[in-house]
Design a protein. Structure first.
Length: 253
């Protein structure tokens, strides 16, 4: 397990994981296969240049398959996509699902995730994705984004188009504790040595979701710290398959 002075709050950074992601993006670039999609139109980007760097990296799965929107953490100071959303999105695509990793503005994260959902719904045919029964994923700050937009009331308040609620939310290592009957079914995980997101707070939230009739599943991993990402070469390795299984359970209800 390694740490980084650049990826603050993150642990278990793996060079081979980053290279796998970058090689995948390079392969698509060599095929002239578009990987990055702006979510704001040209007029909006001219008026606000910060929107030009905001958008979605598309990790393609099967045509017309369901999609996942994945949000990296970074404490709302930066977007740790290379470690905390790209690997998850790549893994999802390798299992046939269409996955999008959002590059958002740290100070306008909720505006950008809402816009991303509007974009995906409006361009579902063009992107060849199924807009129904999608899932929202996130780690740390990104998990808070996923939880908030996974809430039916917040979704309706923040988005402009008519979008159905997410079929489930994946929240990694976040201390978010509130629950609502408008929340989505939730899969969550955390490490016992996480000094930012207390695993017991997370477990209690999932128990409270169950108490109000919302399906949930929680995994805690002994010894892991904050920001373990996809969990390669740790006790959490393979968690993404468990999360996908939980998603498929929601889809098949």
């Amino acid at each position: 397990m390694t740490d980084s002075n650049h990826f603050i709050w993150y642990s278990n950074l793996k060079t081979e994981t980053s290279l796998e992601v970058l090689n995948n993006l390079l392969e698509h670039a060599q095929k002239n296969d578009q990987a990055f999609f702006h979510i704001y139109d040209e007029d909006e980007m001219v008026k606000d240049p910060s929107k030009r760097e905001t958008g979605l990296f598309f990790f393609k799965g099967n045509e017309n398959e369901k999609f996942a929107l994945v949000n990296a953490g970074g404490g709302f100071h930066y977007v740790a996509a290379l470690h905390d959303s790209f690997p998850q999105a790549l893994a999802l695509s390798q299992r046939g699902y269409n996955a999008f990793a959002l590059i958002y503005r740290s100070k306008k994260a909720y505006e950008d995730i809402a816009q991303a959902l509007d974009y995906l719904y409006s361009h579902a045919g063009e992107l060849k994705i199924a807009p129904n029964q999608y899932s929202l994923w996130g780690g740390s700050a990104g998990a808070r984004m996923a939880i908030r937009l996974g809430n039916k009331r917040e979704l309706q308040r923040l988005t402009r188009t008519s979008i159905e609620p997410a079929s489930m939310v994946v929240s990694q290592y976040t201390g978010y504790s509130s629950v609502s009957r408008d929340d989505a079914p939730t899969y969550a995980n955390c490490g016992t040595n996480d000094w930012i997101a207390n695993w017991q707070v997370m477990e209690n939230r999932l128990k409270n979701l169950k108490r109000i009739g919302i399906d949930s599943r929680f995994q805690v991993y002994k010894g892991l710290r904050h920001g373990f990402g996809i969990g390669k070469e740790t006790v959490a390795e393979g968690w993404i398959d468990d999360a996908i299984s939980f998603w498929e359970k929601q889809i098949n209800k």
